[in-house]
Design a binder for this molecule. Sequence first.
Ligand SMILES: NC(=O)c1ccc[n+]([C@@H]2O[C@H](COP(=O)([O-])OP(=O)(O)OC[C@H]3O[C@@H](n4cnc5c(N)ncnc54)[C@H](OP(=O)(O)O)[C@@H]3O)[C@@H](O)[C@H]2O)c1
Length: 426
Amino acid sequence: MNAMKIGIAGLGTVGGGVAKAFAKSGEMLGVRAGTPLEIVAVCDRDEAKREAFEAPQKFDDVRALAASNADLIVELIGGENGAAPLLVEEALKAGKHVVTANKAMMARHGARLAALAEQHGRALKFEAAVAGGIPIVKSLRESLMTYGISAVRGILNGTCNYILTQMEATGRSFADVLKDAQALGYAEADPELDVGGGDSSHKLALLTALAFGVKPDLDAVAVQGIRHITPEDIGFAREFGYRIKLLGIAKKTAQGIDQRVQPSMVRAGTPLADVDGVLNCVVVDANEAGSFFFEGRGAGECATANAVIADIVDIARGNAGSVFGLPSASLLALSAAPSGSAASAFYLRFQVLDVPGVLAEIAGHLAQWRVSIESMIQRGRAPGEAVSIVMITHETKQADVERALATIAASRNVIAQPCLIPMESK
Ligand SMILES: NC(=O)c1ccc[n+]([C@@H]2O[C@H](COP(=O)([O-])OP(=O)(O)OC[C@H]3O[C@@H](n4cnc5c(N)ncnc54)[C@H](OP(=O)(O)O)[C@@H]3O)[C@@H](O)[C@H]2O)c1
């Protein structure tokens, strides 16, 4: 029986994990695939990494790997532009299947690469790109299709979830907990892609494409990170019976698809609120088929290698399938809901000078934008000094709250940017 010949590019955390898993369980994986699986080539720009792996061919240039005798290329270099998309394009054009874990590349170039894969009759799979070890891509692409999907929500970044969980457990600030997370290897030296929400937005754009049959549209995702969340916000959330999580949310609305990455209040005791530490989760509302909750490791060598290998075995079995679940010509351009059209209750926190009339001033600006208040807390008095005022609104459009906050922020009695956090109803 002819073996499926595999070439791996990028021998870092995930690539190293894939190579190790093959060394340990390659024979069993071949039996499951129905054909032997053989690593015939590796590629990395770092010579020491190349030398650490057993493979008949070793390359430092992705173009050489794309031109090798491999039937399937595994792209584990990463990055939206540069070597990764170059390798994927060259490999598909050379008639090779591709497996990738690269969310940035797939979110930005996924529609074009899907069309290229189809044109050359080859598979392009990316299970590991979204929520690492959770088999959510396959589930959306192949299982949850009959009744359509109304919403997908999830905790898509383990670094942010770890930081928020630790802030809640210890009462420490974002900056302090981030430093610990970096020391423990849970956050990068440059953490912006994670804590700024960009990494979650890549994954959300891919979930949206799979769930709603549209081309991934990264620019249509409204993104907010977690830097502005304080221990005080987390404490108030607890008092109201909520926890703060960075959620990626994609919802079908009458005005289009709403895609947001935003810190959100999630009701304590719900499965979503109970996802702690570096874990990820995805909730899929599949209309008549019901709601589905997936939880697991969103990153790490073994969880991610498992997802990459599942794609390889799938391809070896002959299960190519459409990249986003539909032929690429049937993928629609995403029609985005107007910015700020999502409606919910909101948590608002104002840092104000404790002077007469400040409360009436805030309430007046909110009323002007039809934002009505359900409850309010002001702790203690400190005449002339700073105090926090916290309000919970009735359901209202985010755009209206934002307009009111822009006016309130300009008041000389308001001494910091007001904080707004949507409250999830379930
Ligand atoms: N780590 C995870 O848990 C995880 C989870 C889900 C998805 N992913 C995705 O998986 C992919 C790989 O992530 P990773 O964490 O394994 O990254 P990594 O540890 O940084 O490994 C990437 C490897 O590719 C090499 N490389 C960079 N540019 C290259 C080039 N032009 N030609 C050849 N080799 C090159 C790097 O070498 P240098 O060291 O010299 O840069 C490094 O050895 C990314 O797309 C990432 O988003 C990762």
